[in-house]
Write a protein that binds this ligand. Structure first.
Ligand SMILES: *Cc1c(COP(=O)(O)O)cnc(C)c1O
Length: 388
């Protein structure tokens, strides 16, 4: 006798689990979550606390937020509204497309587009109420013709980066020029070269040049400080702070204890445990050889998930609070850990790659890069979870 047809498994719904926000619903869902790979958790309460802590560094200034590159890999769609609910009113993105995405989430906010006005793009900026950060005379003229003083924009002045913006003499030469008012310039900004190195004499030179520039535009507010600049002397803070990295937990003062709360947690499932004898090798090209008997764990996370391959043989993960070295070359989808000293390691268990004191700055260092690159490289393959 035939059994009745089994109920349609919930698993059939799962294609939409992948990179989106999820909450566990049932055991099939949990199994897929676990089998999926790595889990990224973004702590929005910590993010908001960091925004407030940055603002408290300069109570006379407004604290904005830089949310370019999908909010530093943390998810613009959740990060931007959380900051807006906390009272953030000015946002910065890099691209026009990011500005359009941000406008959908932030109907009221001032949204500045750092990379400026591409030729002919003025009407799109206007349609979405976006403010271009104008960096040369042509951009200024193009926006002035469209704005006629009614649509605000920022003026970018280059005080040392030689990257974007008018030179200091060119900016000073604009003082009193009617094009400034026609272009609706309500903010004058520049960017620090070495804000994370407080002893660098460039900071004081840029601060002095920028003070001369802002004095030439008495009707505009001024903005100079990124995350690390917010921790420098008063001369860098001005009217509007532009932190990005530190909102997401990055240390604004490298070498000192990190004053920010961690925002990102990255965990991977342990797929297998094995023991090997002295002389055994692991991974591609056999880059690691066991010096004695060892217990290894294979994690469901690799460089295709955004974990940098350059951390091969140098990075660590935590299992049950024990720091376990990454062995050999990191694979596309897998990492091998030495868990000999981590008795908690078991199949189906969890390894923490970012979190519990293992911060993004440390991971960046292990990969020969900076925490910024770790954050912005965070993969789209993770199950992402935002907690309030
Ligand atoms: C990215 C960026 C910022 C934010 O810098 P953080 O170091 O991430 O705080 C501020 N201003 C400009 C012009 C930027 O490009």
């Amino acid at each position: 006798m035939n059994d009745p047809a089994p109920p349609t498994p919930r698993i059939s719904k799962e294609p939409d689990i992948a990179p989106q926000d999820t909450a566990p619903q049932d055991s099939a869902h949990d199994a897929i979550r676990a089998g999926h790979g790595a889990r990224l958790t973004v702590d929005l309460a910590a993010l908001v606390a960091n925004w407030r802590a940055l603002g408290a560094q300069a109570p006379q200034a407004e604290c904005g937020a830089v949310v370019k590159a999908d909010a530093y890999g943390c998810g613009l769609s959740r990060v931007a509204p959380a900051l807006a609910r906390a009272g953030c009113r000015s946002f910065f993105v890099a691209h026009l497309s990011e500005g359009i995405a941000a406008r959908r989430l932030l109907p009221e906010a001032a949204i500045y587009v750092l990379n400026g006005l591409p030729p002919g793009a003025g009407a799109v900026f206007a349609a979405h109420g976006l403010r271009p950060v104008l960096g040369d005379r042509d951009e200024l003229a193009e926006w002035a013709a469209l704005s006629d003083g009614r649509r605000p924009a920022a003026l970018h002045v280059d005080t040392g980066m030689n990257r974007l913006g008018l030179s200091v003499p060119a900016a000073l030469g604009l003082a009193g020029d009617p094009v400034v008012e026609k272009a609706g310039i309500d903010l004058v900004m520049s960017h620090l070269v070495s804000a994370e190195l407080p002893a660098d004499p460039l900071n004081a030179r840029q601060a002095a040049d920028f003070s001369r520039v802002r004095a030439a535009f008495p009707n505009a507010r001024a903005s100079l400080a990124n995350s690390s600049g917010t921790w420098l002397a008063d001369a860098t803070r001005h009217d509007l702070l532009r932190p990005g990295y530190s909102l997401f937990g990055g240390n604004p003062e490298p070498g000192k204890p990190n004053p920010m709360r961690p925002v990102v947690r990255l965990e991977a499932t342990i797929l297998q445990i094995r023991t090997v004898e002295a002389g055994a090798t692991c991974g591609y090209n056999a880059r690691w050889t066991a010096p004695g008997p060892r217990r290894l764990a294979t994690l469901s996370l690799g460089y295709a998930d955004g974990y940098p391959r350059a951390a091969s043989g140098r990075g660590h993960a935590l299992v049950g609070g024990v720091s376990c070295p990454i062995l050999g070359l990191i694979s596309m989808d897998l990492i091998i850990l030495d868990v000999t000293d981590a008795p908690a390691a078991r199949r189906g268990g969890t390894a923490t790659l970012i979190g519990d004191g293992l911060d993004i700055d440390t991971v960046g260092q292990a990969a020969g890069t900076i925490g910024y690159e770790i954050l912005t490289g965070l993969g789209s393959r993770y199950v992402r979870h935002h907690v309030e």
